[in-house]
Ligand binder design. Sequence first.
Ligand SMILES: Cc1cc2nc3c(=O)[nH]c(=O)nc-3n(C[C@H](O)[C@H](O)[C@H](O)COP(=O)(O)OP(=O)(O)OC[C@H]3O[C@@H](n4cnc5c(N)ncnc54)[C@H](O)[C@@H]3O)c2cc1C
Length: 490
Amino acid sequence: MIPISRRELLKLAGVTAVGAALGSDKNAEAAETPKPQNFSFNGAQIPTLFRADVCVVGGGPAGTAAAVTAARNGARVVLIEQGTVLGGLQTQGLVYPAMPTRVLNTDTPYITDLNRRFAMHGIYVDFVDDEKYKNGGDARQYTPELLAFIYDELCADYKVEVLYNATLIGTNTAGGKISAAIIHTVEGLRKIEANIFIDGTGDATLSRFSGVKFAHGNEHTGRNQKMSLRFEMGGVEEMKVYKFFVKKLKDGWCESKPPEFEFAKTTHTEKFYFEGIQRGEVTKDDVAYIQAFTILGKPGTMSMNCPEVSPYLYSSTSALDRSKAIQQCRIMIRRLAHFFRKNIPGFKNAYISREASMLGVRESWRIHGKYYMTKDDYFNAQKFPDAVCRSAYPIDIHDEVLDVHRTLAKGEFYEIPYRALVTNEISNLIVVGRCISTDFPAQAAVRIQPTCMSMGEAAGIAAAYGLKNGIAVNAIDWTSIQNRSYVSAG
Ligand SMILES: Cc1cc2nc3c(=O)[nH]c(=O)nc-3n(C[C@H](O)[C@H](O)[C@H](O)COP(=O)(O)OP(=O)(O)OC[C@H]3O[C@@H](n4cnc5c(N)ncnc54)[C@H](O)[C@@H]3O)c2cc1C
């Protein structure tokens, strides 16, 4: 079980400047409307590689759920992924574990299927016996390697055509419709033609290339959330680590117990990290945010939710900054690994076993869709007739000086409307995952993996429904779809 109070604690230190961090009054001014990027390449014909009913770009948790669900509902689907694995930040980014929605019964049919498949491999992701956390309320722990395998299995089962090592570089867009995605492949530039397109890139790349209005960063400060490059350490003796933090450092906030537990930098353990800075073993930036989890199904390995880089120095919407951030994080990872080995019993023989192959971008660009969700929707626990999923996960903003962690009252939850997934500009586009139509603070709540997966699932159903009924996806009345089972799976 993920100790919720601990995660909350991690952010409490920064709540003083909450107002500025949460402000989003300047939304309208901050938005930009790009021109569609139609590629002519001096009139050269780009060959068509594939024709599909639905083309999903980006195989993260949201895009994969969309592709699998559309295919499951009868559509011919192609899924474009620039990496060599599905799962996005879950697998390439080593982001573990999936955080809880904190709402009972939010496990949608797709998530239930995923959990069932994990159980077949001996990993029980819904292992919490506490009723209040059942079926979506608590964290799902998806081991990156097994998840990658299961995503391939799901795509094979439902006949999703997956195109790995294929990067979207533009679109053919005219008359408010995308007709083709232009991708870079090993064969050269190729076209993917489809009736419906789903943007699961996390960065709203397909939407931006198609002329959809977007915004990025905090509306007041302009800063994006902090980025991280995650890593894993093997050779860890977990019980020794646990004893050190709980018994020696008296880290009373560590509610979790082996084999599933975490340690983190909190007010209780701050001194431990501060002394490392004084000895010159780590820098202040290296230990600005520290969190480590044991991994279900990978004994002796811990997943590190660090290091983070300053959003003053590195913006997630700058290509150069992203590259520099990766280089900087690699240096920090080595210092942290050394510090852990030297100072944490149980890490003596530990080594860096994996480094993420994808930078941990929490937030970059967000679209302005038919409905623009704001922090007020979050705090009002807003419900919508066209809700596609619900959550009570906190607004969780990682920032240099404005860290914010704001929760709803116990028992409250908010919903995400289908209209936040579709746009005014493009009739055959659905957007899913962390780049849907929200302001900066609301994005910091909707971005967790289960919510991204549920949005993807909804998009897959809507795409298949639109196809069958000849309705443009941005004109679908979500309430008229019969099998929209996700909001209340139980
Ligand atoms: C450091 C960090 C820690 C986090 N911690 C947690 C946590 O503990 N629990 C939790 O639930 N959530 C956590 N999150 C949030 C969560 O992991 C993400 O918000 C979520 O993965 C977003 O899903 P997505 O599908 O929208 O995008 P992503 O996971 O970003 O996936 C996007 C996919 O699109 C592909 N893509 C992008 N551009 C292109 C292109 N041009 N062509 C082809 N493919 C492309 C990418 O390769 C990737 O596979 C964390 C995020 C970060 C960064």
